[in-house]
Design a protein around this ligand. Structure first.
Ligand code: PMP
Length: 459
């Protein structure tokens, strides 16, 4: 096999043949892509040999870090025994059965049934159909409207992208599809004005419930929401938001879908983000951390309320994917759960490494250019701002966040930029020494970004 090795040659081939997700191909090709060649623990190595601390767990998914032998062995063994079989035509296989049982044990008590997919997007599209099917089955076919939120992310398939609240996605391809109403987001720093965070949380929850009442609760099927918005910039809602909203949804008999693609499997210091927020969802969307990112897998957690209606009155639910319950993916998920339980990983995030990082991360807000720095478990963000007191931002055209992302990468730390908000979600296995390194590189990045903004005359 003729293997191309040099960075320049790989870049040229990438530019010639590879179209990247969420990327302007022309700009990327002019600039040249960064090539990640290998990874171990919490570090990536690029094709020039630079070692980079992965503050984003890949794409929020590599929760247990890279190179876990137990997961590799479990997948290899499963590949040898049964690399593929479907679960459509009255067949099943041991890994999917065991995984369903294990998920019933680790998820909140109302969840005892699981449907499998290949990704978070597919899971959300599946729930979209299941919800309408459920209301039809129980004799309320008019309950069809979905509520979701501005600046939320639920995936890139047609229903998921429509449910998401990213206007850039809606502009392409004629989205959103009908039957989806977007409510405001609980983003206090950006949108809270003169209100305290608690008043603002209540205000946004009530605005959402008012929107539902205007449509008519008898027409509203469900609300999709991430416990903490991830791709929208890690927006941790004020403490008042979820209690008010989830109570109002229950009173109106609106189903709640907790999209746990990022928040699930320990990210917030709880097994699932809904446990942190103390909501009782009817469905959960699962993906990413379910296999620690080693193999693609998504799942839909279906609560007893929904499952019992399907089992009692349901017909064939005409829906499924070739890779629903792929045996090797299920083996990766089982090995991931084994490690999480044997190493007490969620407790470590909650009581140990989470608080250690949180304290240092929050102190970044002492810098004059940082408006707020927040974190729950091991998911956090900070906001660059022009004026801390007035909570004013830089002009979007200055691309401060993107500049900071590049400084950070060059410093050997992956942080993601969402506008002028910098986001991290590191692997759960990072050590205290690695936290110290992360914070020192983040501080260096902030200082460089400050100098950059001064040079541009923005401060
Ligand atoms: N929901 C949320 C909250 C997500 O963050 C994502 C992906 N980042 C998705 C759904 C879509 O998952 P996938 O990319 O696996 O389709």
């Amino acid at each position: 096999m003729n293997t191309v090795r040099t960075t320049a040659a790989l870049r040229a081939l990438d530019a010639a043949h590879h179209l990247h997700p969420f990327t302007n191909a022309r700009e990327l090709n002019a600039q040249g892509v960064r090539i990640i060649e290998s990874a171990r623990g919490v570090y990536l190595t690029d094709s020039d040999g630079q070692k980079i601390l992965d503050g984003m767990s890949g794409l929020w998914c590599s929760t247990l870090g890279y190179g876990r032998r137990e997961i590799l062995d479990a997948v290899t063994k499963q590949m040898e025994v049964l690399p593929f079989y479907n679960t459509f035509f009255k067949t099943s296989h041991p890994p999917v059965i065991q995984l369903s049982k294990r998920l019933a044990e680790v998820t909140p008590s109302q969840f005892n049934h699981f449907m499998f997919t290949g990704s978070g997007s597919e899971s959300n599209d599946t729930i979209f159909r299941l919800v309408r099917y459920y209301w039809d089955l129980v004799g309320q076919p008019d309950k069809t409207v979905f509520i979701s939120r501005h600046n939320s992310y639920h995936g890139s398939t047609v229903a998921a992208a429509s449910l998401g609240g990213l206007s850039a996605m809606h502009k392409q391809g004629g989205l959103p599809i009908p039957g989806i109403v977007h409510a405001p987001q609980p983003a206090w720093w950006a949108e809270g004005g003169d209100m305290s965070p608690d008043s603002f949380g209540l205000h946004v929850a009530r605005q959402t419930l008012d929107m539902i009442d205007e449509i008519g609760a008898d027409k509203v099927a469900a609300m999709f929401a991430e416990p903490i918005q991830g791709a929208g910039g890690v927006i941790i809602p004020p403490a008042t938001y979820w209690p008010e909203l989830s109570k109002g949804l229950k009173e109106r008999d609106i189903l709640l879908i907790s999209d746990e693609v990022i928040c699930g499997f320990g990210r917030t210091g709880h097994w699932f983000g809904c446990e942190l927020m103390n909501t009782q969802p009817d469905f959960m969307t699962l993906a990413k951390g379910i296999t620690s990112g080693y193999i693609p897998l998504g799942a839909v957690a279906v609560s007893d309320r929904i499952a019992s209606a399907l089992l009692a009155h349901g017909d064939e639910f005409a829906h499924g994917f070739t890779y629903s319950g792929h045996p090797a993916a299920c083996a990766a998920a089982l090995a991931t759960l084994d490690i999480m339980q044997s190493e007490d990983v969620v407790r470590r995030v909650h009581d140990d490494i989470g608080p250690y990082l949180q304290e240092k991360w929050r102190s970044l807000a002492e810098h004059p250019m940082i408006g707020e720095a927040t974190m729950e478990g091991l998911i956090g963000s900070f906001q660059f701002c022009a004026d801390k007191q007035a909570r004013t931002t830089f002009p979007a055209s200055a691309n401060i966040g993107l500049a900071a992302r590049d400084f950070s990468f060059d410093n050997g730390l992956v942080m993601r930029a969402v506008g002028d908000r910098m986001v991290i979600a590191p692997p759960f296995v990072l050590s205290r020494g690695e936290v110290d390194e992360l914070i020192s590189k983040a501080s260096q990045t902030i200082d460089q970004t400050y100098q950059h903004a001064r040079k541009l005359g923005l401060i």
